[in-house]
Structure formats: structure tokens, C-alpha cells
Write a protein that binds this ligand. Structure first.
Ligand SMILES: *Cc1c(COP(=O)(O)O)cnc(C)c1O
Length: 389
């Protein structure tokens, strides 16, 4: 008997390939950074989220090795059994103090943090509201919570206001990316908080791309806007600007205490290796003292935008290190990425379903570790590419 389900997968994969939607993994053969070795080639990379250039920083590598010697490598248990190491605790305390919130809780990944928070705060009698361009993990979290899930068009606060007003749910929660991961724009957090106050809702701010980059000394999106409210549950990921791995949720002490009781992605999983928390403490030092890195990043962002202004390339309205160039078609985006690759530059083509249909793009991300010469080289290549079209 032929196994029909397997044949169907084969057909589906062939179809993805034909549509330019089949994803392939590249093999990274060097540490993460702006100069990487990929599939046997030396390339300048414009597509990591390592915004401050910390992922292979010597101080962090030293902290990780030293911690391995004193703490071992495995946590060996979940946080509620015997896995909650003093290093995890020290990082949570330091993080809460840094962002000026009462308490913080470490999760293994941002994906798990979002799922844990949303499912712990809401159940069937709740309602969740999310921007259409939110990260997949926030959408999955909303579905998994079994609350009613409303999505509103990108930044359309009038629609959100109407949806919140119409809802009779016992608990309401608004989910938002502080910096939209595929567009690079910053969410209107003050206006969102005002809506949450008017409609008595929680606000979960996913600052995966803002922490370390935005705000006073890299404190993130809340600091950027000067926002303080017990309604805000703040989530930062630690594998992007912080250069390591994991995620942390911060907010009112009661929220954190409740997450320890009921966030399933916190409770039913092995704690991260404590050496990662020791490394994150070293990363916090570099983030806090990293104004020169952030100034360099801002300068490169401006250089790229100035360099492409007036060209046919359509840059999106972004002030962050995420600088997408909108192309449209999947095949065209892949072709542009391929031409840049031939010139030694790695820029990924982002296609549906990560972005809407006909909105494929080159997602350029800048790092403080890039040089002006490298950004200049990218600008020249993009402008030449346009001349060939
Ligand atoms: C990367 C990302 C996440 C997931 O974080 P991980 O730690 O990589 O699992 C969540 N939200 C947003 C907006 C992200 O960009």
C-alpha cells in the first residue's frame, strides 16, 4: 500500500519550490558576526539580529567558559524542581533593576515566553487583540490560550479601540511587537497604553528588537517612550542584541509570581544552562555601557537610508537596525539576494508567510560591528542592481 500522506508532502514541497517559497538552511561555519563563513564562502552579513555585535564578543565568550568551569553545563532540572540556579536569579534581579520594573522571570526562548505569558493571563473567557504584523509567537500564544482572538490592521488603533469597546470578555490583553520584526517600525506604545487604560486591558510589549538598542543605555522600548504602568507586561529576548539566548518577562511582582505558578512553558521545561545567565550578566554590562555601539548603529542606519534615498528601492519607514527593501515578488526578491551574494554580501529574502503576499523583501539588518565602508559597499551594490533591472 503506498503511503499517501508522504506522497502529499512530496507534492507540497515541490509546489513550494516552484513558487520560490522553499526554505533552505545555510551552513554557518564561523561564529555569528558581520564577517562570517557560510557554505564555504566568506561573506559580509547583513542579516543577523546581533545588533550590537555581542554574539561572539570576547568578554561574553570568557564569561561563558569561566561559568562552565564553576557551574557545569546542564541545569539538570526545571526551575521549580532543582534547576533554579543562583546565576538565573542574579540575572533576573539585575534585569528587573535595569528596566525599572518590580520583578522579572527568565524563559528559555522568546517564543516560549510569549506562549507562557498569554496562556497564563487568559483563558476561554478572555479576549486577545493583536496587530496583524505581530510575530508568529504572539499569534500562536493567542490561539493556544483559547481566548477570543481579534487581529487589527497594522497600527490601526481606531479598529483596536472599537474591538476593545465591543468586547465583554472578563480579561483583555493587547499584544504588540515594540519594533515590528519584518518592517522595523516602532509601535505607538503610548497610544496603545492609553487604549488599554481606557478599556481596562493588559498590554504585552514584545521588545525582541528594541531591548539593547532603544532607550536610555539600551533599556528598550519602554524607556524610549518613558512608559511606566502596572498594566504593561514587558518581554525582551536575549538572543538578539544581548547576543546570547533566552528571554525575560518583567512587570508587576504579582504578574511574575503568577507566571511562576501557571506559565506552562516556564514550569514544564528544563531550566537553561546557568552559564548562559552568567554570560547574560556580562552582556548586561556591555549593553549598559554600549552608547558608543548604539551611536555607531544609528550612524550606519542613517548612512544606508541616505545612500538609497532617491533610488528606485523602496525603503520602509524605519529608524531601527531593521531596514527592509520592499521588492514584491518572491522570485525577484530571491534574485536580488542572489546578486548580492555573488558580490560577497548576505542579505536574506523574506517571503510569505513571514510577510504578506506580494510583499517579499530584502531584510537588511545593521549591526554596530559593521563599518561605514561595508554599508557603502552595500549601497553601491544595491544601486548597481537597480540599474540592471
Ligand atoms: C525573535 C522574536 C521572538 C522569539 O524570540 P526567540 O528567543 O528567538 O524565541 C519573539 N518575538 C519577536 C518579535 C521576535 O522577533
Amino acid at each position: 500500500m503506498p503511503f499517501a500522506a508522504l506522497a502529499r508532502l512530496r507534492d507540497d514541497l515541490a509546489q513550494l519550490e516552484a513558487q520560490g517559497l522553499k526554505r533552505q538552511r545555510r551552513l554557518l561555519e564561523s561564529p555569528q558576526g558581520t564577517h562570517i563563513q557560510v557554505d564555504g564562502r566568506a561573506l559580509v552579513s547583513f542579516c543577523s539580529n546581533d545588533y550590537l555585535g555581542l554574539a561572539s564578543h570576547p568578554a561574553l565568550c570568557d564569561a561563558a567558559s569561566a561559568a562552565a568551569q564553576t557551574m557545569g553545563v546542564g541545569a539538570g532540572a526545571s526551575h521549580l524542581i532543582t534547576g533554579h540556579h543562583a546565576a538565573h536569579h542574579a540575572f533576573e534581579t539585575r534585569f528587573a533593576e535595569f528596566v525599572g520594573l518590580p520583578a522579572a522571570l527568565l524563559f528559555s526562548t522568546g517564543y516560549m515566553a510569549n506562549i507562557g505569558v498569554v496562556t497564563a493571563l487568559l483563558g476561554r473567557d478572555g479576549a486577545v487583540f493583536g496587530d496583524r504584523l505581530n510575530h508568529a509567537s504572539l499569534n500562536d500564544a493567542a490561539l493556544l490560550s483559547r481566548a477570543k482572538f481579534f487581529r487589527y490592521p497594522h497600527n490601526d488603533l481606531a479598529t483596536l479601540d472599537t474591538q476593545l469597546a465591543a468586547s465583554t470578555a472578563r480579561q483583555k490583553l493587547v499584544l504588540v511587537d515594540a519594533v515590528f520584526s519584518m518592517d522595523g517600525d516602532i509601535a505607538p506604545l503610548p497610544a496603545l497604553l492609553a487604549l488599554c487604560e481606557r478599556h481596562d486591558a493588559w498590554l504585552l510589549v514584545d521588545d525582541a528588537h528594541g531591548f539593547g538598542v532603544l532607550g536610555h543605555n539600551g533599556r528598550g522600548a519602554l524607556s524610549h517612550f518613558g512608559l511606566v504602568s502596572p498594566r504593561i507586561v514587558y518581554m525582551a529576548t536575549l538572543g538578539k542584541a544581548a547576543g546570547v539566548a533566552g528571554a525575560v518577562v518583567a512587570g508587576a511582582a504579582e504578574v511574575i509570581d503568577w507566571l511562576v505558578q501557571s506559565a506552562r512553558t516556564y514550569i514544564y521545561t528544563t531550566a537553561t544552562p546557568p552559564l548562559l545567565s552568567a554570560t547574560l550578566l556580562a552582556s548586561m554590562d556591555l549593553i549598559e555601557s554600549g552608547d558608543a555601539r548604539r551611536a555607531q548603529l544609528q550612524q550606519l542606519i542613517q548612512q544606508l537610508r541616505d545612500g538609497l534615498a532617491g533610488s528606485a528601492w523602496q525603503l520602509m519607514a524605519s529608524d531601527t537596525p531593521i531596514q527592509p527593501v520592499l521588492i514584491g515578488g518572491n522570485i525577484a526578491a530571491l534574485a536580488a539576494s542572489q546578486v548580492l551574494l555573488e558580490r560577497g554580501m548576505l542579505v536574506s529574502a523574506i517571503r510569505p508567510p513571514t510577510v504578506p503576499v506580494n510583499a517579499a523583501r530584502l531584510r537588511i539588518t545593521l549591526s554596530a560591528a559593521h563599518t561605514q565602508a561595508e554599508v557603502a559597499q552595500l549601497v553601491v551594490a544595491l544601486n548597481a542592481l537597480q540599474a540592471h533591472d
